[in-house]
Design a protein around this ligand. Sequence first.
Ligand code: NAD
Length: 339
Amino acid sequence: MKSVGINGYGTIGKRVADAVDCQDDMKIVGVTKRTPDFEAKMAVEKGFDLYISAPEREGLFKDAGIEISGTIDELYDQLDIIVDCTPGGIGAKNRDNIYQKQGLKAIFEGGEKHEAIGKSFNSFSNFEDALGADYIRVVSCNTTGLCRTLKPIDDLAGVKKVRAVMVRRGADPGQIKSGPINAIVPNPPTVPSHHGPDVQTVMYGLDITTMALLVPTTIMHQHNLMVELEKDVSVDDVIDKLENTSRVLLLEAEKGMDSTASVMEFARDLGRPRGDLFEIAVWKESLNIVDQELFYMQAIHQESDVVPENVDAIRAMLELESDPAKSIAKTNENMGILG
Ligand code: NAD
């Protein structure tokens, strides 16, 4: 049983903690918080040992009546690996200032730059490259969504060229300081957006160019893809491939899944913690092939799609499993992931 710590128990950190906690080959030894808020209180109530990432704030936790197990310095020695879920840019500094000195393996999230960490990860695209690695970065929620469907399509028909337009949520549901609240924002206004190059950090050599917009919604991202194929396959071949692809769901608008709102309602009806949808939802009706070019639309639950990838990354880096399919299947089963 390997020991895992979470630095930064926020949107991603608390989900990764729960996902690790339900595996049988790894366990959470401690999670860290900077602020004695409701998330800190609930982490302790769930049974996680809570460590303070800013030791000078110990008094605040005492005043709030939140029981702590120590400061972050007391956590490192107990760990085989740490998952750094702090806001973008902090993880790379933690690697340089702390984890390297501690000789501690670490996973970083999509807010870190690929160049700063040196190796990026997606369970389906390059699992083998993370075997035994000391540091890797799980690619962002959008990049994970792109890889989840592009990899099986590449396996089926060979991808010649991808063009994708991403419609991105303006903020996560719990955030009040981001936007827009009444505008559509080219984000960035230049082309390409960073998403295409990010996909290339795990799907090496893929010809992909992306554009992105920010819109006033919090629940999901939405992607529109145009994929030139090497081989002449039918829409039914693509449907069959995606129906048999793990962590991808084909949903039908005509059965009521006609927007990101109904997709998230479906996710809540699944009864999962926080109403998360770890799978990428592809609208079945959107799949079409014109002149050997595949078109489709998909939705991404940004708060949760990267979570199973973090579990697989732990397994690869600690060499608990060398076969990606076996790790993916194990993670899926323990997290109740469909397909
Ligand atoms: P968040 O703000 O929800 O959580 C970050 C947590 O880290 C908070 O608990 C915060 O208090 C804590 N923190 C802040 N500074 C810290 C420090 N110096 N040391 C230790 N802890 C600190 O952020 P998030 O959305 O969970 O994002 C975390 C990472 O995951 C980022 O790299 C982000 O880009 C990436 N990511 C986010 C999403 C998303 O949609 N939210 C999706 C995929 C990847």
